[in-house]
Design a protein around this ligand. Sequence first.
Ligand code: UD1
Ligand code: UDP
Length: 374
Amino acid sequence: MKKKNLIVFGTRPEAIKMAPLVKAFLNDDSFDTKVCVTAQHREMLDQVLDFFEIIPDYDLNVMKPNQNLYSLTATIIEGMKPVLDEVKPDYIYVHGDTTTSMAVGIAGFYAGAKVCHVEAGLRTYDRQYPFPEEFNRQLTGRIADYHFAPTAGSKENLLQERTLNDRILVTGNTVIDALLFGIEKVTSPGYSDAEIEMLNAKVDLSKRLILVTGHRRENHGEGLLNICTALKTIAQEYPDTQIIYPVHLNPNVKGPVHELLEGVSNILLVPPLAYPAFIWLMEKSYLIITDSGGIQEEAPSLGKPVLVTRTTTERPEAVSEGTVLLVGTDAERITLKTKQLLDDDAYYKNMSQLHNPYGDGKSVARIVSYIKTL
Ligand code: UD1
Ligand code: UDP
């Protein structure tokens, strides 16, 4: 009897990080694998599905404009019931720390499936930062039967919480599997991409590029305003740089960012980029300013320094290695650290080492092999 898998995800980062797992399971005859998307994100999810050529078997299509956590959670749990009734999975796979991960984990447990948590064990141990992700990840960890931890540190967190050692596997982060697949596809002969062509036409690549993203709920309001103030100052003081900001579609981000930065010379605001154009742009960047989890993990593979506009991170490994620096959301500190990277070559060189503590691109193979042993 084939093992029945159900892989579920809903947002852009989950889709990127689960795509290599979907491909590996679908290519393996010992499994019967189905894919369900909650579509907690719509356009930003579809960009990823297109690039990785994934056609979901089920699509809950839950996204509402400016959705709230209460109805999102309830809608996902309810929406999963008919899917679980039909698929009756032995194993259900959820990723990371989103509302989709947590709500699908609960639904999977109700259905009696073994819950497999990919990217398990990351912690800040402060439930307000990031909100609600730290809570989502801890809760999913309590629900899960099997934990795929990206690093030894994340395994250690799980052990401290009395998770059974033989239920945890250190795999590396599947984002590196996705990144390597993405780079290979984007650099293959004959690959063409309309977004990359648009960026090539609009961006002066002789300037030093500063790539910016941001979306964290706890940065909405004042934090975002401070970040935009810092970006304006940098743009004005360094006309030899080009800031590029693919703006997240969350109205609490898109509204203020466009209001504050639209029309500032050498700041280019663009809609969220599909994964190939984004990794192309990361590779061309001089430095990155972001509050994104995934970008903190990808950038060290490309040797790009990252200033993280947060005060805590559940990803301490690259901070310890010195390629990622937490700068918070104070405008002066963001400006100061950016200037240091732009002015001080030795400091820049130190932060742009090419080494990645988050994986070697074989995470998915480790997960598949482990499930085969069960
Ligand atoms: C969500 C996750 C966060 C993750 C982030 C990745 C939760 C609570 N939050 O935050 O952990 O880091 O995704 O980007 O799970 N929207 C669109 N189109 C899209 C996507 C979003 O219009 O394709 C708009 C909608 O108005 C939507 C809003 O953004 O209601 C917020 O989306 P939501 O998924 O609730 O929150 P994010 O801030 O995206
Ligand atoms: N990303 C992308 N297009 C963009 C911005 C980011 O494809 O315009 C990718 C990025 O390479 C990373 C992931 O999206 O893999 C990060 O997603 P996000 O920042 O939304 O979420 P987080 O990682 O913070 O949960």
